[in-house]
Ligand binder design. Structure first.
Ligand code: 13P
Length: 288
Protein backbone atom coordinates (compact mmCIF):
# COMPACT_ATOMS: atom_id res chain seq x y z
CA UNK A 1 0.00 0.00 0.00
CA UNK A 2 1.35 3.42 -0.95
CA UNK A 3 1.98 6.03 1.74
CA UNK A 4 0.09 9.31 1.74
CA UNK A 5 3.32 11.09 0.81
CA UNK A 6 3.65 8.89 -2.30
CA UNK A 7 -0.01 9.31 -3.20
CA UNK A 8 0.23 13.10 -3.00
CA UNK A 9 3.49 13.12 -4.99
CA UNK A 10 1.92 11.01 -7.72
CA UNK A 11 -1.10 13.32 -7.91
CA UNK A 12 1.26 16.27 -8.13
CA UNK A 13 3.17 14.77 -11.04
CA UNK A 14 -0.02 13.81 -12.89
CA UNK A 15 -1.60 17.23 -12.22
CA UNK A 16 -4.67 15.76 -10.56
CA UNK A 17 -5.80 16.30 -6.96
CA UNK A 18 -6.61 14.02 -4.06
CA UNK A 19 -10.09 14.63 -2.66
CA UNK A 20 -10.18 15.48 1.06
CA UNK A 21 -13.69 15.10 2.45
CA UNK A 22 -14.81 16.03 5.94
CA UNK A 23 -17.07 13.72 7.91
CA UNK A 24 -18.85 14.04 11.24
CA UNK A 25 -20.35 10.60 11.66
CA UNK A 26 -20.29 7.00 10.53
CA UNK A 27 -22.83 7.59 7.76
CA UNK A 28 -20.61 10.31 6.30
CA UNK A 29 -17.63 7.99 6.56
CA UNK A 30 -19.49 5.26 4.67
CA UNK A 31 -20.58 7.81 2.04
CA UNK A 32 -16.96 8.75 1.30
CA UNK A 33 -15.74 5.15 1.44
CA UNK A 34 -18.56 4.13 -0.93
CA UNK A 35 -17.51 6.81 -3.43
CA UNK A 36 -13.85 5.85 -3.18
CA UNK A 37 -14.67 2.19 -3.73
CA UNK A 38 -16.83 2.92 -6.73
CA UNK A 39 -14.15 4.97 -8.48
CA UNK A 40 -11.09 3.21 -7.09
CA UNK A 41 -9.38 6.50 -6.25
CA UNK A 42 -7.38 7.50 -3.16
CA UNK A 43 -9.06 9.73 -0.61
CA UNK A 44 -8.34 11.63 2.60
CA UNK A 45 -10.96 11.67 5.35
CA UNK A 46 -10.79 14.93 7.29
CA UNK A 47 -12.11 15.74 10.72
CA UNK A 48 -12.04 19.24 12.20
CA UNK A 49 -11.73 19.61 15.98
CA UNK A 50 -15.54 19.56 16.36
CA UNK A 51 -15.97 16.69 13.92
CA UNK A 52 -13.33 14.55 15.60
CA UNK A 53 -14.78 15.20 19.06
CA UNK A 54 -18.08 13.87 17.78
CA UNK A 55 -16.66 10.95 15.79
CA UNK A 56 -13.90 9.93 18.19
CA UNK A 57 -10.19 10.01 17.38
CA UNK A 58 -9.51 6.33 17.99
CA UNK A 59 -12.71 5.33 16.21
CA UNK A 60 -11.76 7.18 13.02
CA UNK A 61 -8.18 5.90 12.99
CA UNK A 62 -9.35 2.31 13.56
CA UNK A 63 -11.85 2.50 10.72
CA UNK A 64 -9.37 4.04 8.29
CA UNK A 65 -6.83 1.34 9.12
CA UNK A 66 -9.47 -1.37 8.76
CA UNK A 67 -10.48 -0.22 5.29
CA UNK A 68 -6.85 0.26 4.24
CA UNK A 69 -5.47 -2.98 5.60
CA UNK A 70 -8.39 -5.37 5.26
CA UNK A 71 -10.18 -3.98 2.21
CA UNK A 72 -7.18 -2.51 0.33
CA UNK A 73 -8.68 0.98 -0.02
CA UNK A 74 -6.23 3.88 -0.38
CA UNK A 75 -7.66 5.96 2.43
CA UNK A 76 -5.98 8.25 4.99
CA UNK A 77 -7.02 10.19 8.10
CA UNK A 78 -6.32 13.91 8.51
CA UNK A 79 -6.74 16.02 11.66
CA UNK A 80 -8.07 19.05 9.79
CA UNK A 81 -7.63 22.57 11.24
CA UNK A 82 -6.03 21.89 14.60
CA UNK A 83 -5.76 25.17 16.46
CA UNK A 84 -3.21 24.14 19.11
CA UNK A 85 -0.08 22.03 19.41
CA UNK A 86 -1.93 19.79 21.91
CA UNK A 87 -4.63 18.97 19.35
CA UNK A 88 -1.95 18.03 16.81
CA UNK A 89 -0.18 15.93 19.45
CA UNK A 90 -3.40 14.04 20.30
CA UNK A 91 -4.02 13.26 16.63
CA UNK A 92 -0.46 12.04 16.04
CA UNK A 93 -0.61 9.89 19.16
CA UNK A 94 -3.93 8.43 17.98
CA UNK A 95 -2.35 7.37 14.66
CA UNK A 96 -3.50 9.99 12.12
CA UNK A 97 -1.66 9.99 8.77
CA UNK A 98 -1.80 13.75 8.40
CA UNK A 99 -2.28 16.79 10.64
CA UNK A 100 -2.98 20.43 9.91
CA UNK A 101 -1.85 23.09 12.29
CA UNK A 102 -3.88 26.23 11.72
CA UNK A 103 -2.05 29.14 13.31
CA UNK A 104 -3.59 31.82 11.16
CA UNK A 105 -4.95 33.65 14.20
CA UNK A 106 -1.50 33.72 15.87
CA UNK A 107 1.21 36.28 15.17
CA UNK A 108 3.47 35.35 12.26
CA UNK A 109 6.33 34.39 14.61
CA UNK A 110 4.08 32.30 16.86
CA UNK A 111 2.60 30.54 13.84
CA UNK A 112 6.12 29.60 12.72
CA UNK A 113 7.12 28.49 16.21
CA UNK A 114 4.13 26.19 16.83
CA UNK A 115 4.14 24.82 13.27
CA UNK A 116 7.82 23.90 13.72
CA UNK A 117 7.00 22.16 16.98
CA UNK A 118 4.31 20.12 15.18
CA UNK A 119 6.76 19.14 12.43
CA UNK A 120 9.31 18.00 15.06
CA UNK A 121 6.69 16.04 16.99
CA UNK A 122 5.54 14.29 13.81
CA UNK A 123 9.13 13.36 12.92
CA UNK A 124 9.80 12.06 16.44
CA UNK A 125 6.81 9.70 16.12
CA UNK A 126 8.86 7.56 13.73
CA UNK A 127 5.85 7.31 11.38
CA UNK A 128 5.59 9.07 8.02
CA UNK A 129 3.12 11.83 8.87
CA UNK A 130 2.28 14.72 6.57
CA UNK A 131 2.20 18.06 8.39
CA UNK A 132 0.34 20.87 6.67
CA UNK A 133 0.12 24.50 7.72
CA UNK A 134 -2.07 27.45 6.79
CA UNK A 135 -0.85 30.81 5.59
CA UNK A 136 -3.41 33.55 4.99
CA UNK A 137 -7.02 34.00 5.95
CA UNK A 138 -9.71 31.88 4.31
CA UNK A 139 -12.42 32.21 6.97
CA UNK A 140 -13.46 29.46 9.32
CA UNK A 141 -16.96 28.12 8.81
CA UNK A 142 -18.16 25.31 6.59
CA UNK A 143 -21.66 26.74 6.23
CA UNK A 144 -23.90 28.82 3.98
CA UNK A 145 -22.80 32.47 4.22
CA UNK A 146 -24.55 35.76 3.40
CA UNK A 147 -21.29 37.52 2.44
CA UNK A 148 -17.63 36.91 1.80
CA UNK A 149 -15.97 36.99 5.28
CA UNK A 150 -13.87 40.04 6.04
CA UNK A 151 -10.28 39.76 4.93
CA UNK A 152 -11.00 37.02 2.40
CA UNK A 153 -10.91 37.78 -1.31
CA UNK A 154 -8.87 37.65 -4.44
CA UNK A 155 -7.52 41.20 -4.05
CA UNK A 156 -3.75 41.38 -3.68
CA UNK A 157 -3.67 42.45 -0.04
CA UNK A 158 -5.49 39.29 1.12
CA UNK A 159 -3.57 36.76 -0.95
CA UNK A 160 -0.65 34.78 0.47
CA UNK A 161 2.46 36.30 -1.06
CA UNK A 162 5.04 34.14 -2.81
CA UNK A 163 7.83 35.49 -0.57
CA UNK A 164 5.90 34.77 2.65
CA UNK A 165 5.01 31.28 1.51
CA UNK A 166 8.62 30.45 0.60
CA UNK A 167 10.01 31.86 3.87
CA UNK A 168 7.32 30.06 5.93
CA UNK A 169 7.97 26.66 4.35
CA UNK A 170 11.74 27.09 4.80
CA UNK A 171 11.39 28.18 8.42
CA UNK A 172 8.98 25.43 9.47
CA UNK A 173 9.83 22.42 7.27
CA UNK A 174 6.14 21.64 6.60
CA UNK A 175 5.28 18.96 4.04
CA UNK A 176 2.32 20.80 2.51
CA UNK A 177 0.96 24.33 2.50
CA UNK A 178 -2.57 25.75 2.35
CA UNK A 179 -2.33 29.29 0.94
CA UNK A 180 -5.03 31.94 0.64
CA UNK A 181 -5.60 32.32 -3.09
CA UNK A 182 -9.14 33.72 -3.13
CA UNK A 183 -10.61 30.56 -1.60
CA UNK A 184 -12.85 30.61 1.48
CA UNK A 185 -14.57 28.13 3.74
CA UNK A 186 -18.31 27.88 3.21
CA UNK A 187 -20.53 28.71 0.29
CA UNK A 188 -22.20 31.99 -0.60
CA UNK A 189 -25.98 31.94 -0.48
CA UNK A 190 -27.31 31.48 -4.00
CA UNK A 191 -24.03 32.32 -5.64
CA UNK A 192 -20.63 31.24 -6.63
CA UNK A 193 -17.64 31.89 -4.39
CA UNK A 194 -14.90 34.35 -5.45
CA UNK A 195 -12.61 33.28 -8.24
CA UNK A 196 -9.40 31.46 -7.48
CA UNK A 197 -6.13 33.15 -8.36
CA UNK A 198 -4.50 30.32 -10.26
CA UNK A 199 -1.44 32.37 -11.21
CA UNK A 200 -0.60 32.76 -7.55
CA UNK A 201 -0.98 29.02 -7.03
CA UNK A 202 1.58 28.33 -9.76
CA UNK A 203 4.01 30.91 -8.37
CA UNK A 204 3.75 29.60 -4.80
CA UNK A 205 4.15 25.98 -5.86
CA UNK A 206 7.27 26.81 -7.87
CA UNK A 207 8.81 28.90 -5.08
CA UNK A 208 8.07 26.56 -2.15
CA UNK A 209 8.51 23.17 -3.83
CA UNK A 210 5.86 21.61 -1.56
CA UNK A 211 2.41 20.27 -2.51
CA UNK A 212 -0.35 22.86 -2.18
CA UNK A 213 -3.76 22.24 -0.64
CA UNK A 214 -6.90 24.12 -1.65
CA UNK A 215 -9.28 24.56 1.28
CA UNK A 216 -12.80 25.82 0.88
CA UNK A 217 -13.63 23.52 -2.02
CA UNK A 218 -17.38 24.25 -1.89
CA UNK A 219 -18.83 26.85 -4.26
CA UNK A 220 -15.84 26.79 -6.62
CA UNK A 221 -16.67 26.44 -10.32
CA UNK A 222 -15.57 23.33 -12.20
CA UNK A 223 -13.45 25.49 -14.49
CA UNK A 224 -11.65 27.12 -11.54
CA UNK A 225 -10.93 23.67 -10.13
CA UNK A 226 -9.48 22.45 -13.39
CA UNK A 227 -7.13 25.42 -13.75
CA UNK A 228 -6.20 25.44 -10.04
CA UNK A 229 -5.25 21.75 -10.18
CA UNK A 230 -3.24 22.25 -13.36
CA UNK A 231 -1.51 25.19 -11.70
CA UNK A 232 -0.32 23.11 -8.74
CA UNK A 233 -3.07 22.12 -6.29
CA UNK A 234 -2.55 18.51 -5.15
CA UNK A 235 -5.28 18.16 -2.49
CA UNK A 236 -8.76 19.76 -2.40
CA UNK A 237 -10.90 20.00 0.76
CA UNK A 238 -14.68 19.81 0.55
CA UNK A 239 -17.07 20.01 3.47
CA UNK A 240 -20.02 22.44 3.11
CA UNK A 241 -21.42 20.91 -0.09
CA UNK A 242 -21.30 17.45 1.52
CA UNK A 243 -23.04 18.73 4.66
CA UNK A 244 -25.78 20.28 2.52
CA UNK A 245 -26.23 17.05 0.52
CA UNK A 246 -26.45 15.00 3.70
CA UNK A 247 -28.94 17.31 5.40
CA UNK A 248 -31.15 17.70 2.30
CA UNK A 249 -31.14 13.92 1.86
CA UNK A 250 -32.15 13.41 5.47
CA UNK A 251 -34.90 16.05 5.41
CA UNK A 252 -36.41 14.59 2.24
CA UNK A 253 -36.26 11.11 3.69
CA UNK A 254 -37.85 12.10 7.01
CA UNK A 255 -40.60 14.06 5.26
CA UNK A 256 -41.37 11.12 2.96
CA UNK A 257 -41.41 8.50 5.71
CA UNK A 258 -42.89 10.24 8.74
CA UNK A 259 -43.68 7.02 10.61
CA UNK A 260 -40.38 5.30 9.98
CA UNK A 261 -38.29 5.10 13.13
CA UNK A 262 -35.54 2.79 11.82
CA UNK A 263 -32.32 4.83 11.45
CA UNK A 264 -30.81 2.34 8.99
CA UNK A 265 -33.69 3.15 6.61
CA UNK A 266 -34.27 6.87 7.05
CA UNK A 267 -30.52 7.69 7.13
CA UNK A 268 -29.77 5.86 3.89
CA UNK A 269 -30.89 8.63 1.48
CA UNK A 270 -28.67 11.10 3.39
CA UNK A 271 -25.70 8.77 2.98
CA UNK A 272 -26.48 8.24 -0.71
CA UNK A 273 -26.79 11.98 -1.37
CA UNK A 274 -23.41 12.63 0.28
CA UNK A 275 -21.87 9.74 -1.64
CA UNK A 276 -23.18 11.11 -4.97
CA UNK A 277 -21.67 14.54 -4.20
CA UNK A 278 -18.34 12.94 -3.26
CA UNK A 279 -18.29 10.98 -6.54
CA UNK A 280 -18.98 14.17 -8.51
CA UNK A 281 -16.03 15.95 -6.84
CA UNK A 282 -13.65 13.00 -7.09
CA UNK A 283 -14.30 12.72 -10.82
CA UNK A 284 -13.68 16.40 -11.28
CA UNK A 285 -10.43 16.43 -9.23
CA UNK A 286 -9.13 13.45 -11.17
CA UNK A 287 -9.87 14.89 -14.60
CA UNK A 288 -12.63 12.39 -15.35
P1 13P B 1 -15.75 24.01 2.46
O1 13P B 1 -16.59 23.83 3.66
O2 13P B 1 -15.83 25.36 1.88
O3 13P B 1 -15.97 22.95 1.45
O4 13P B 1 -14.22 23.87 2.95
C1 13P B 1 -13.82 22.71 3.59
C2 13P B 1 -12.45 22.79 4.11
O5 13P B 1 -11.61 23.49 3.58
C3 13P B 1 -12.13 21.97 5.28
O6 13P B 1 -10.81 22.10 5.68
Amino acid sequence: MKTLREVIQEARERRVAIGHFNVSNLEGFHAVVGATRELDLPVIIGVSEGERDFFGLDELVSLVKLYREKHGITIFANADHSYSFERVQDAIDAGFDMVIFDGVKLSHDENIEVTKKCVEYAKASGRDIIVEAELGNIGQSSKVLEDVPEGVATSEKFLTSVEDAKAFVEATGVDALAPAVGNMHGILKGGKNPEINTERIAEIEKATGVPLVLHGGSGISDEDFRTAIKAGISVVHVNTELRIAFKDGLETSLAANKDDIAPYRYMKPALEAMKAKTIEKLELFNGQ
